[in-house]
Write a protein that binds this ligand. Structure first.
Ligand SMILES: Cc1cc2nc3c(=O)[nH]c(=O)nc-3n(C[C@H](O)[C@H](O)[C@H](O)COP(=O)(O)OP(=O)(O)OC[C@H]3O[C@@H](n4cnc5c(N)ncnc54)[C@H](O)[C@@H]3O)c2cc1C
Ligand code: SF4
Length: 524
């Protein structure tokens, strides 16, 4: 069958979730994914293969604003970036949906409020088995239901850290985690609580990723078809340029065109912009849906830094990503502007440090790398970066993708670093904080595009946005985007749950739209 009700391009957090949602409707859904299943193999859990050899990173070459080539940290598999993600599944804060004043300017408001997104956050937390504890995080937005699963417990060193943060007057909380862990019944738990989670694929499929909890449940329905190793390269429109009539894809060495009433892009923020720009035609000479020249602009990916502190006592923690601190998320007594979020990153292991100059030069002369790893307590500091029109994805005639990006909010990032550093002694650590690469690629910062967002932002004004509030292109009646491209601002917490929740919101809209079309068709 070559004509479908809905084609979804990309099977990650946005596309995989939408596929599962629409599977329930009985509509004919085609999911096109350029990658294959991520192979299940021992290397999934080997830090040398994953972090040093970049076994699961795409071989693409992109360019930064100075024309310097880099290998972007993107992952082309069924499930997309969620196959490797840390599964910290945060909601944006309620205030993130409005304008927020930052050191470097204004983080703009969303066209919908938190109240509209809330039911979908709750549903997404259920789809993705999120573990957490309400009421601990002072910035937590209101929720209509409890987390579906209890918080993942802290291991002793992290519990101590939590107690020490609390002793310093802060409000540490159990981070929301998407892992299928049953601590009360480990004999039956899918998750074995291992050290190879954040940045690794899960060998036992116990991570709440978009393959395991989006695509696979969708494929249980006979109305859903997945084509792997199928890369969409161009969208074709009708003569007036008002509707997408075909998706041209490269598959098995040839090109095929697929047709549907509705086409949904979810290729990730850079690749969705690329596909729109590559689909320029007479009616859309600057790229599809790009009459406003907004496609590709306002690229964001968080102004983050991974840092390592050395605990005076050894840190034998296995699963470290259980703690967060949001006391500096907005303006506070400590500073008049928002600084951001502090959370833990996966526990560092000695092989990961290979090639990390900051660690080798700062610590290795006095500490062996194994010693560093044994004492390491690893934090991730995330500051919101602001959408800037000149921070953008562009495509040249030869199909070269460039990401031009100048950081914003550097000062709040420094302030957050200083805050944490000033507390280290009280936290039982040596008084030094070393920046790490982790998956952030500090040598060419834009390569660490794990949290990429914002290239097709949604809004009410077609002059300043690409999509309307339903995530439909202003200029094309049947084209939607549900990956993180739609974010008009990114907040300072991890983006995946927001992409998942929004995909469920758009899923509701599409179901109503197609139902209405079907009944009006039936009536005539
Ligand atoms: C190492 C790592 C750790 C992370 N940790 C966290 C975390 O703890 N919490 C969190 O919230 N977020 C985390 N993230 C970010 C999170 O994974 C992303 O925000 C999220 O997956 C984005 O969803 P998406 O739908 O926009 O894109 P993706 O999930 O990347 O999906 C895009 C999909 O489109 C496919 N595709 C691309 N182009 C085409 C094409 N032309 N044709 C067909 N298919 C195409 C890709 O192969 C991919 O499957 C992490 C990311 C990484 C890489
Ligand atoms: S901690 Fe659990 S979910 Fe994460 S990789 Fe290990 S087994 Fe999988």
């Amino acid at each position: 069958m070559d004509r479908y009700d809905v084609i979804i391009i990309g099977s990650g957090a946005g596309g995989g979730t939408l596929a599962r949602r629409l599977a329930l409707t009985g509509m004919q859904i085609l999911l096109l994914e350029r990658g294959d299943w991520l192979p299940r193999e021992p290397q999934n859990w080997l830090s040398e293969d994953v972090f040093v050899e970049n076994r699961y990173v795409s071989p693409d070459t992109w360019y930064d604003g100075d024309g310097k080539p880099f290998q972007p940290q993107v992952h082309y598999f069924v499930g997309g970036a969620t196959k490797l993600y840390g599964a910290a599944l945060y909601r944006l804060r309620e205030r993130d949906f409005g304008e927020v004043r930052h050191h470097d300017g204004i983080s703009p408001a969303w066209p919908i409020g938190y109240d509209e997104m809330e039911p979908y956050y709750t549903k997404a937390e259920h789809y993705y088995n999120v573990h957490g504890a309400r009421g601990e995080d002072p910035t937590e937005p209101p929720a209509s239901a409890d987390y579906p699963f209890p918080a993942v417990s802290h291991e002793p060193r992290i519990q101590q850290l939590s107690d020490d943060f609390a002793g310093a007057g802060l409000h540490p909380f159990h981070a929301p985690c998407g892992i299928m862990l049953d601590e009360a019944n480990m004999a039956y738990s899918a998750c074995v609580r291992c050290q190879d989670c954040d940045g690794f694929p899960c060998l036992v499929h116990a991570k709440s990723d978009a393959e395991v909890l989006g695509v696979r449940p969708a494929l249980e329905h006979p109305n859903v078809t997945l084509l792997r190793n199928t890369q969409a390269v161009r969208l074709v429109t009708n003569a007036a340029g008002t509707e997408v009539t075909g998706v041209v894809a490269v598959r098995e060495g040839g090109q095929e065109t697929f047709e549907a009433d509705i086409v949904v892009l979810s290729c990730g923020a850079a690749n969705s912009a690329r596909l729109l720009l590559a689909s320029a035609n007479d009616q859309h000479p600057n790229g599809l849906a790009n009459g406003s020249d907004q496609v590709g602009r306002n690229y964001m990916f968080h102004n983050s830094v991974a840092v390592l502190a050395l605990s005076r006592d050894e840190n034998p923690t296995v699963f470290q990503k259980t703690l967060g601190v949001n006391d500096f998320y907005f303006e506070s007594d400590a500073w008049e502007y928002p600084m951001g979020n502090i959370q833990m990153i996966g526990k560092s292991q000695a092989p990961m440090f290979r090639g990390e100059k900051p660690i080798q030069t700062a610590l290795a002369p006095t500490w062996s790398l194994e010693q560093v790893a044994r004492h390491a307590v690893d934090f991730w500091l995330s500051t919101e970066d602001l959408p800037m029109p000149e921070n953008r994805v562009t495509l040249d005639r030869d199909g070269r993708l460039t990401i031009a990006y100048t950081a914003t909010n550097e000062e709040p990032k420094k302030q957050l670093f200083k805050q944490l550093k000033s507390m280290l002694k009280h936290l039982g650590m040596h008084d030094d904080l070393s920046p790490r690469h982790a998956y952030l690629k500090n040598d060419i910062p834009v390569a660490g595009c794990a949290h990429q967002a914002g290239t097709c932002r949604f809004g009410t004004d077609p002059a300043t946005s690409v999509l309307n509030a339903d995530c439909r292109a202003h200029e094309l009646d049947n084209l939607y985007v549900v990956d993180t491209s739609f974010f008009p601002s990114i907040g300072a917490v991890n983006p995946a749950l927001t992409a998942m929740a929004n995909a469920l919101r758009v899923g509701d809209h599409l179901e109503h739209r197609l139902d209405a079309q079907a009944s009006s068709g039936a009536a005539t």
